[in-house]
Design a binder for this molecule. Sequence first.
Ligand code: F6R
Length: 372
Amino acid sequence: MRFAIVKSAAELGERAFYEIKCVLKAKPDAVIGFATGRTPLPLYEKMAADHAKNGTSYKRVTAINLDEYVGVEAKDKNSFARFMKDNLFSKIDIDPANTNIPNGMAEDLEAECVRYAKFVAEHPADIQILGIGANGHIAFNEPYTKYDTTTHIALLTAKTRSDNAEGFGSPAAVPSYALTMGIKEILSAKKILMLASGEGKAEAIYNMLQGRDDTSCPAAALRSHPDVTVVLDEAAAKYLAFDEWAKIARTAESAAPAAPVTAEKEPPAAPVAPAKEEEAAAPAEETAPVAEVAEVAEDGAPAEDKPEETVEETVEEAPVEETAPAEDEKVYLEAEIIEDDEAEEESAPIVIEEPTRGKKKKGRKNKTLSGV
Ligand code: F6R
């Protein structure tokens, strides 16, 4: 799992769009799984703006949405179908015939679930966009939904109905039921892009990553997926202790790490070419923002607490010249959890990446606190 922490809604949109653009470049006829709600709006704004400016085409894209309220007509302002049309589909060149959403008005809802599940199985998403409920739900898979569910009728919790009341006037007016893709189907996407913003999501994000290993937080199911990118604003990331991890990484970077951590320098196996000027100057959409890497224990405990740990440091020969980032330059803090199946007793290491800042940076330091 990889984390990118951003400072604003606009940055969230840009960072998320980077993931979509990468998929589209590799596969112009990609299947994209869409979510509704407030969180992905900056992404949809960015997609619409980019389409208008750069002509990025969605003509060959198949869109599959996660969910829809039961009993709300597609043309109703509160339907997810209408949300997608108003906020994205009418602003890009996607073929309406290629957009898909469960029909919450179907006479036979069970049969509609079977139809949608079949369609989803036949069209695995190349990338699935997700938001997260304050209670940890993904799509409308509420807490304690089993991980092997496919499209089904979900009973919405009071919390979800109250969180989604805007537009309906009151929580009581929010439908009690929705049709939703199941967790198994969400996990079948090749890539998952989870977006979260605001303090109201901080606890859910913490539970997704470090909460109980059961179904109480449906988003925790994403831990088993091999390719998840989580883009968060700082408020949603507030319980994740990335500051501590970043501090540890920076401390390890200084010449003498505190005892009992020992440092060993390894010469690079082969000379590494300094970053090309044109790479450094490439626009954000084209450049993966990565510069420094550190691995720390998943629990975020400082290295000093773990005497058996060692610090391995690899420094490329080219000197690093830091410059202050330009005012408009985007700076992301990213982290990646690498699953280590072979070491069950060890916690999964987390990689924190900070992007190259400044075009004068000629070399790169890679640092690893291992032994976790
Ligand atoms: C919507 C969906 C939901 C939302 C979640 C967060 O299609 O599947 O899981 O992603 O409820 O909603 P917002 O973004 O409005 O906070």
